[in-house]
Design a protein around this ligand. Structure first.
Ligand code: SF4
Ligand code: FES
Length: 253
């Protein structure tokens, strides 16, 4: 397949204070086998050669693990394909002559740092208030077979643990809610025996932190589940609500 000619409309913003604007770039002879980020690398090489400032974007693993490569592509977080991150997206998902809009994730709790890079440390703050177990598991580790875990629970915990903290759920939600992310972090611990000890307190602390940081409420649109590159299920939100309710009732006693 011959190289593609594309028009990129890229969000450029110098810093958090800058108003920002869309800037157009023409790209030619882009291989359909390139990844989306490789195409961005080509754009940046061309900009540097011309003496212009390259487009700032986050990336690290480039294999769908780290959750850094978060950006809006044609109005969808991580672009048009399901269940993949931006770094796993290939240019064959686009057609010769396409115009592609590339913007940062937008949410009050994720301020833009520069161009496509946003500050997602709010997620770290949510994890810090509860994303751990205090059960001592070092030095006195039990034989795994001494603590049987139902297969369904182990699978559900594992599925929840695949959340990479990319923020697509927040970016796509009209309320900028972090419910799917927070519930995934709560579920992957609450479903296992070691995590049950603090399950309710964890839910209370993490939900309170989420609200404090300016994430919106959940109004059950379900867009988060649709756009999540890891297929994190809405069922996690139901589990989080159960733990949170249990904790709230206890604290009222
Ligand atoms: S729940 Fe999905 S969309 Fe949200 S941060 Fe985790 S992996 Fe990303
Ligand atoms: S760069 Fe790590 S998930 Fe995309």
């Amino acid at each position: 397949m011959a190289g593609m000619n594309l028009t990129l409309k890229v969000w450029r913003q110098n810093d958090a204070e800058d108003k920002g604007r869309i800037v157009e770039y023409k790209m030619s002879d882009i291989s359909p086998d390139m990844s989306f980020l490789e195409m961005m690398d080509v754009l940046n090489e061309e900009l540097i050669e011309k003496g212009d400032e390259p487009v700032a974007f986050d990336h690290d693993c480039r294999e769908g693990i780290c959750g850094m490569c978060s950006m809006y592509i044609n109005g969808e977080p991580h672009g048009p394909e399901d269940l993949i991150t931006t770094c796993q997206l290939h240019m064959r998902s686009f057609k010769d002559g396409d115009t592609i809009y590339i913007e940062p994730f937008r949410a009050a709790a994720f301020p833009v740092i520069k161009d496509l890079v946003v500050d997602r440390t709010a997620f770290d703050a949510i994890i810090q208030v509860g994303g751990y177990v205090s059960v001592n598991t070092s030095g006195n580790t039990q034989d795994a077979n001494a603590l049987p875990v139902p297969k369904a629970d182990a699978d559900a915990a594992f599925d929840a643990a695949t959340c990479i903290g990319c923020g697509a759920c927040v970016a796509t939600c009209k309320n900028s809610s972090a419910m799917l992310f927070t519930s995934a972090k709560i579920s992957h611990l609450a479903l296992l025996p070691q995590g049950k000890v603090e399950a309710q307190e964890r839910a209370l602390n993490m939900v309170e932190k989420m609200d404090e940081l300016g994430f919106g409420n959940c109004s059950n649109t379900g867009d988060c589940e649709v756009q999540c590159p890891k297929g994190i299920s809405l069922e996690n939100i139901a589990l989080m609500n159960r733990e949170f309710l249990g904790a709230s009732l206890k604290s009222e006693k």
